[in-house]
Write a protein that binds this ligand. Structure first.
Ligand code: FAD
Ligand code: DLZ
Ligand code: SF4
Length: 516
């Protein structure tokens, strides 16, 4: 009999588990553009355009390879607007014997799929997504019975399993992790070659036009759209990264430069998350560059760690800790997200630049996300759920499985340190060291308190002071309180008053940015 194989928008992989072992004659592939997915949060316009364009290109490739593809467009007149509604209609159209689908990236969608068998009265086979190197069950086994879930120990296991940068049982170069060499401040004479951009073709232009009218009130610009939308383009982006930017990727991994949005980053997250690139393949190609002497070990190890370490790890944490992670708020942060996260309208030059890049590119790099946008939300005490919604909306690579652990657990410490032993809170000093933002800022980074002082400085101490009972016991932070106690009382009061006045001045974001 016939099998219906729904392929979701981030499952654009030719070797997807649900296609393997299927014969073309007995299979109908179903791809669905649906309103619920484009609006469950009001995603950045570029994110929607990217996903829908990549879906259309992928469907065309499958058809060319001889698969029968039933493709539902967003504006088709009978489109019900939901995955379940569209699968139901497709079951009517094709009368399949069964449905075969790869598990989705998000719990929200998993719950829909789990209901299909009953709702549609049909056999539903849900396959593990083996594009990840570590399955959900394997991660659960790894986590079981450990009292600490350190990324570093997970990462070492993954190195052993994949054999990447290994000499037998020993890590290449003698160390597992070269992060200490990956913290250089930006240099005047840094000249990163820009990441390749791909001119929108006819399919992409059509999608962009549709998004322009269907999602007109969503956040973000479309004019700079240049994301890879096919696996061929993604391959070219990977080649260019490895040849041109990987060698300096490690050294400048944490650097930030005003107006320079790519630096030495790969910009491959959108392609990997969509399935256009295979994560292990990216790592192997980086390893080859190291073996050929074209890229140093600290760069290659750093890149590989992000992919087989962090990326796999956060995905495991997501499935381990959902649904609680979505409501976690260990620091009981209740403040509203400020409007400037959407408009960039703030005199904090670091934030304004990160928001600008986010609006123009649907992208910001890791340290901008963690140490500027995340750090501000952490020390200002913004409610995690509002910050999570923002991150899910604005980045072209954002899906809840990767966004949520990074925001809730890594940036906001909402999980009480299950993932990050110590909160990533920092004053203006850190941003000044790692960027060129502060020189031309309205605020003075060297000024600690009072009018015109850098808000990160006073917010940092306000944060430390208000969470003292919680953090004082943490050996990695207790030194901070020794410094605080050594200040005279007037100084401490000035910090707290400056922070309070600044917090009072924040304008809360309008709700329409995320949806109703
Ligand atoms: P590179 O710096 O070139 O890194 C190489 C690859 O490693 C990335 O393409 C990505 O696949 C992977 N990677 C690196 N860091 C992480 C990480 N912490 N978690 C998972 N994968 C990682 N990444 C997303 O893909 N989607 C998100 O929604 C997302 N939200 C984030 C939110 C916050 C608050 C923070 C701190 C990080 C977030 N990240 C997210 C991780 C990281 O910032 C992006 O993956 C990275 O900036 C993508 O740009 P790049 O491809 O140039 O990465
Ligand atoms: C994010 C997204 C958007 C905006 N639109 C669609 C869509 O129209 N059709 C589709 O199949 N997938 C879309 N997606 C991606 C899904 O939301 C994604 O599969 C889930 O987030 C699971 O990770
Ligand atoms: Fe950001 Fe403070 Fe530097 Fe201004 S002075 S750019 S607000 S860290």
């Amino acid at each position: 009999g016939k099998t219906l194989v729904p392929i979701l928008g981030d499952q654009l992989t030719r070797t997807l588990a649900s296609l393997r072992g299927q014969t073309k004659a007995d299979t109908v592939v179903l791809m669905m553009e649906v309103r619920d997915e484009t609006t469950y949060v009001k995603h950045h316009k570029q994110k929607i355009a990217l996903i829908l364009s990549a879906m259309r290109h992928f469907a065309a490739e499958l058809e060319q390879a001889g698969w029968q593809v039933d493709y539902v467009k967003l504006t088709d007149k009978d489109n019900t607007g939901s995955f379940t509604g569209e699968v139901k209609r497709a079951v009517k159209r094709h009368a399949p014997d069964r449905i075969r689908v790869v598990e989705p990236g998000e719990l929200r969608v998993r719950e829909m799929i789990d209901a299909w068998a009953d709702k549609l009265d049909i056999d539903v086979e849900i396959l593990p997504d083996d594009r990840f190197l570590c399955s959900i069950d394997e991660f659960r086994d790894w986590a079981d019975g450990r009292n600490s879930l350190l990324m570093e120990s997970f990462y070492r296991d993954m190195r052993r399993r994949t054999g990447l940068l290994m000499n037998g049982d020993a890590p290449e170069g003698g160390e597992w992790n070269y992060d200490k060499q990956n913290r250089a401040s930006p240099d005047e004479d840094m000249a990163p070659p820009p990441a390749p951009r791909f001119e929108p073709d006819e399919i992409t232009c059509e999608v962009i036009e549709m998004v322009q009218s269907e999602s007109a009130d969503h956040f973000g610009d479309l004019d700079k759209f240049g994301w890879p939308v096919t696996s061929d383009q993604a391959d070219k982006a990977l080649d260019a990264f490895i040849a041109e930017r990987l060698p300096e990727f490690g050294k400048y991994q944490d650097a930030m430069v005003h107006g320079q949005d790519d630096l030495y980053h790969s910009l491959l997250s959108t392609s990997i998350n969509l399935g256009l690139l295979d994560p292990l393949d990216c790592c192997r190609r980086a390893e080859q560059a190291y073996q050929a002497g074209d890229a140093p070990l600290n760069a290659v190890e750093g890149f590989i760690r992000q992919i087989i370490g962090w990326r796999e790890y956060v995905r495991g944490i997501y499935w381990l800790d959902m649904p609680q992670l979505r409501s976690a708020n260990a620091l009981q942060a209740r403040r509203a997200l400020p409007e400037f996260y959407w408009t960039g309208d703030t005199r904090m030059r670091c934030i304004a630049d990160c928001v600008r890049s986010t609006r123009e590119n649907a992208h910001a790099h890791h340290i901008q996300r963690l140490m500027v946008l995340g750090n501000f939300a952490l020390i200002a005490g913004i409610e995690p759920q509002q910050v999570e919604d923002w991150f899910l909306v604005v980045y072209a690579d954002a899906y809840e499985w990767v966004e949520l652990p990074n925001v809730a657990a890594m940036a906001l410490w909402a999980d009480k340190g299950r993932l990050a032993s110590k909160p990533y809170a920092a004053s203006g000093n850190y941003i000044n060291k790692m960027s060129d933002y502060c020189g031309d800022c309205h605020y003075k980074v060297s000024k600690k308190t009072g009018e015109g002082s850098c808000p990160f400085n006073s917010l940092y101490w306000h944060f430390m002071d208000r969470h003292r009972t919680l953090f004082e016991k943490n050996r990695r932070i207790s030194r901070v309180y020794a410094n605080w106690d050594r200040m005279d009382a007037d100084k401490r009061k000035a910090y707290l008053d400056t922070a309070e006045a600044f917090l009072d001045s924040l304008e809360p974001a309008s709700k329409h940015w995320v949806g109703d």
